[in-house]
Design a protein around this ligand. Structure first.
Ligand code: GLY
Length: 352
């Protein structure tokens, strides 16, 4: 078992990472939640795989769980689905002293987290992320959101979870695309903060080697994220480094109607911006090639050829860019990212 403590004044919480943790969820939750009612938000794929077992695990600990099951995929991060979740919470008579669990990937985590942040002005939420992407990124740090038709994550709230419980073994039961999706973000962490992790990832030569080391890889990523969130909870400074590749990545996702995965879209964004920043002299020569080789190494498709004028238009709608200035995240070299504040005109050189 590996534990990290996120230290944010008045909102400290643990991230627990352990293979097989799923079976111990009841006792792990009991350490922090003494009540009885729990609303579990999940999607129908996960419910089919784990619903009965999770119900039994929670009931054995004398909890009274109720499941709110949404459709899998980004199409559930909407106001309509959020309203459905609110209605179910009302139907279950959930009160402020009860608990919501987000059991799922990034979509479930963001949706359930936002419902928890806003229903009755706030209910405690435990994140139990089941995709690699959610385990290393979206379940930590308290960002919750839904999408609007104008763009991704445009309505949301900062609301730190009570605890994050990560069982890497769950990844083995999910389709491979959920691993690849997360690997895009693992590579991002290595690019922005950890050259050793970058070299280690490059040395992984099979799925077995990856899974033999997945606990440590997840720990390394969570540790980077924890430090960035502690220094800048509200995302006005250092935390923005996590957005490397995301300005263009979000635009690709939106333009492609979320048919390209987040990890692949971010990968294309990392490649595109690094190619330009290298040409403009901001990034050490050869960095673009290193990222490209890494993506090839994990067979992550390069969608940077999709980047056209329509996609660039979405970049300017991104909530991060609404002030007329864009905080571009660039690499000096692998393992070292920095924020480059650009006017819209300056940004064009990096986006084009
Ligand atoms: N996923 C980026 C952040 O949490 O800031």
């Amino acid at each position: 078992m590996k534990t990290l403590r996120v230290e944010i004044p008045d909102k400290n919480y643990d991230i627990v990472i352990e293979n097989g943790l799923f079976k111990k969820l009841g006792s792990e939750i009991r350490k922090i939640y003494k009540g009885s009612k729990i609303a579990v938000v999940t999607d129908s794929n996960l419910y089919d795989l784990y619903g009965t077992e999770l119900n039994d695990i929670l009931s054995e600990e004398n909890y009274i769980p109720d499941f709110i099951v949404v459709k899998p995929g980004e199409s559930s991060k909407t106001i309509e689905t959020l309203e459905h979740v609110y209605s179910k919470l009302a139907l279950f008579n959930i009160t402020r002293s009860d608990l919501i669990i987000a059991f799922g990937g990034g979509v479930v985590g963001d949706l359930a987290g936002f419902a928890a942040a806003t229903y009755l002005r706030g209910i405690s939420c435990i994140q139990i992320p089941t995709s690699l992407l959610a385990q290393i990124d979206s379940s930590i740090g308290g960002k919750t959101a839904i999408n609007l038709k104008e763009g991704k994550n445009l309505a949301g709230s900062f609301c730190q979870p009570l605890k994050v419980l990560i069982d890497p073994e769950i990844l083995l039961s999910l389709p491979e695309k959920y691993i690849k999706d997360g690997l895009g973000e693992v590579i991002k962490y290595a690019c922005i903060k950890d050259n050793n992790l970058f070299n280690f990832l490059m040395s992984i030569n099979s799925k077995d080697v990856l899974f033999n080391n997945i606990e440590q890889v997840i720990y390394d990523c969570c540790n980077i994220k924890k430090r960035l969130v502690e220094n800048d909870e509200k995302d006005t400074g250092e935390r923005m480094l996590l957005n490397f590749g995301h300005t263009i990545g979000h635009a690709i996702e939106k333009h492609m109607n979320y048919q390209v995965s987040h990890g692949e879209a971010v990968s294309a964004g990392m490649l595109h911006i690094t190619k330009n920043s290298e040409n403009l002299g901001y990034t050490e020569a050869g960095t673009y090639e290193k990222i490209k080789n890494m993506l090839n190494h994990f067979h992550i498709d390069d969608h940077s050829n999709l980047i056209n004028q329509d996609i660039k238009k979405y970049v300017y709608l991104d909530k991060k860019n609404l002030s007329g200035e864009i905080n571009l995240i660039l690499l000096k070299k692998i393992g070292y990212a920095f924020i480059h504040k650009a006017s819209l005109a300056d940004a064009e050189k990096f986006i084009n």
